[in-house]
Structures are given as C-alpha cells and as structure tokens.
Design a protein around this ligand. Structure first.
Ligand code: AMP
Length: 309
C-alpha cells in the first residue's frame, strides 16, 4: 500500500453567493482520495459511513483505484453531515451544522494490507481517531501528513496537540495557525507550531495561496486567479490530496520536492472550487492537470535585471 487516507466520507449542504445545495457527497477523505488518485494508484481508505450513503460515489472511488476495505458501513446509522455558508468573499465561512452521527462512535480498524503504508494522510477528523490509526501501523510511514481544523482546536485541543506531535507535516489555514499559536504574524506562528513537533508546516490562505515552512526556509505557492469560483468546500482537502499524491508518486520527501507538491496541491484545489462538491474532481485527464500546472508556472515566472552599483 502506497498511500493510506483517513478522514470523513460525508454529506455536505453548502451555501455560497452563487447557490445552495441539498445534501451532496463531501467529506475530507472523499476529496483527498479523489485528488490523490490522479497521481498514485495504490490508495487505501479508512473511514465510516451510514447506510444512507450513495453507492455510486463508492463505485467512483473504486474506479479511481481507491481500495475501500477499510471503509466501515454502519447499518441503521446516518453518515457524518456538515453544513456551511460562505461569506461574500468566499474566503471565510460559517459552520451551520456538524452532525457527527456515525463518527461519534468511530473506532478505526486499519486493514492488514494498509499497515505498512509508505504515506499516511490523516484528513480532518477527531484527533483521537487519527492517533488510533498511527498506533495500528506496523512501521512508521515515510511521511505522515495531518490536516485539522478549528472545530477540533475548540473541542479537543489536548488530544490534537498529542496528534500534532506525532506527524511530519501539518496543514492548516491562516486563521487556524493564528488560533493554535496565539501569534498574528504567520512567520512567528509557524515557528511556534514547528516547535510542537512537525518538521514542516503548510499554511493555506484560500485564494491567496499557501505557505510552506520548515525551521529554516519558507516557500510560497499562489492560488490560480480563476474566472469561475463556485464553491471552495474541499479546496483544502483537494490540496492535501494533490500534495501527498504527488509525494507518493515521486517518493521524494525533500523540501525541494514539497515545493513541487504544493503546486500540485494548488492545481487540484483550483479544479475543486470551479463546481459544487466533488463534481469537478471527476473525470480529469492528465492533459487537464498538465495544462493547469503550466498555468501556475506562467503565473509566477519572471525575470529581473539587477542594476550593478
Ligand atoms: P475543506 O473545505 O477542505 O476545509 O473541507 C471541507 C470538508 O470537510 C467537507 O466536505 C466536510 O464534510 C468536512 N468537514 C467539515 N467539518 C468537519 C469536521 N469537524 N471533521 C471532519 N470533517 C469535517
């Protein structure tokens, strides 16, 4: 097993300035697995759903070579449900509903075949569950990436701090970085968070791109200025999926390769926001992805002539 993805497979109801959806398929792990599946084919998923979840989405994941033997299905129970409403700038949102449902009692069981995975992507989920997954592995993966959110900072900070101490890379957004560190400056916030355990920190800034930090260096990836942005839900997870999918494909976890990986993550996020839910992540071709990557290259390429003194 190359990549193990853990996180929610869920229903979302989304409201943006451009429209509103009823319950549609979402969940951190859904976006991560779909985005990563364009880079590596050996993916296992650990998550939980109720018996209300659509089979066709599961078939779609299987078609993308995502193995579902670690996906528990609970009879007579409901899947995780999240509802959110975006502000006019689309960069911030309010959570309207978080119904844990099956997640409230979720006890992850990592299938034997996944226990020696090389890459582990811990998508947004209860920190205790994320820890339980790490504990079940036979060996430490080459790289453990953790994504989390303010919900767990507010409700399970102690457990979250323990999980953060166990991982190699943490991805959070700018307001979460400020909340976690108590620092306004993202540079100071990054140094404080890196002292909590991870070797690398990624701070996502929505339409303003993402910052990649280790203790000595910082790198910036822009977000693509897009004509059509309908729904930012899942952008962070698609980013994480593209990031770890690319690292799993190239098997190189150097900081230099992580720079390339956050561009791949940004490219996958740029697709996701163009339609509601997971729709735009379905049926992409290598050509679509390559063209998007080329747009990133062109966006930031420039020459400067220095005047000799
Ligand atoms: P993102 O927009 O990338 O931050 O992720 C959005 C996804 O996260 C949605 O599809 C939700 O189902 C999922 N989500 C929202 N709140 C939580 C939570 N507290 N724990 C786990 N997943 C969540």
């Amino acid at each position: 097993m190359s990549l193990l993805v853990v996180g929610t497979v869920a229903f979302d109801a989304i409201e943006t300035p451009f429209g509103k959806t009823d319950k549609i398929v979402g969940g951190a792990a859904s976006y991560i697995a779909l985005a990563a599946s364009y880079f590596t084919k050996n993916i296992g998923l650990v998550s939980v759903i109720g018996d209300d979840f659509p089979q066709d989405f599961l078939q779609l994941l299987k078609k993308q070579s995502v193995d579902l033997s670690g996906l528990q299905q609970k009879k007579g129970e409901k899947s995780f449900f999240w509802a959110g409403k975006y502000h006019n700038d689309l960069n911030s949102r309010d959570t309207l509903v978080t119904e844990l449902n099956v997640l409230a009692t979720f006890d992850p069981v990592v299938p034997e075949a996944y226990k020696s995975c090389d890459f582990l992507m811990l998508g947004n989920l209860m920190p205790q569950v994320q820890q339980k997954v790490i504990q079940q592995l036979h060996k430490r993966p080459k790289l453990i990436v953790l994504d989390t959110m303010n919900f767990w900072m507010d409700s399970a900070l102690d457990e979250l701090m323990k999980t953060i101490a166990l991982v190699d890379v943490l991805t959070i957004n700018d307001s979460e970085a400020r909340q976690l560190s108590g620092e306004y400056s993202l540079v100071k916030a990054a140094q404080k968070i890196l002292a909590m355990g991870p070797k690398v920190l990624i701070i996502k800034k929505g339409e303003h791109g993402a910052l990649l930090f280790n203790k000595e260096e910082v790198f910036f990836a822009p977000a693509l200025p897009l004509e059509e942005v309908y729904d930012p839900t899942g952008a962070g997870d698609s980013f994480a999926g593209g990031f770890i999918g690319f690292l799993a494909q190239t098997k190189d976890i150097s900081f230099e390769n992580m720079k390339r990986a956050i561009i791949h993550g940004s490219a996958m996020a740029s697709f996701t926001v163009e339609k509601f839910g997971t729709e735009r992540l379905v049926g992409l071709t290598q050509k679509n992805i390559d063209e998007r990557l080329q747009e990133f290259v062109e966006l930031v390429q420039f020459d400067i002539s220095f005047v000799n003194e």
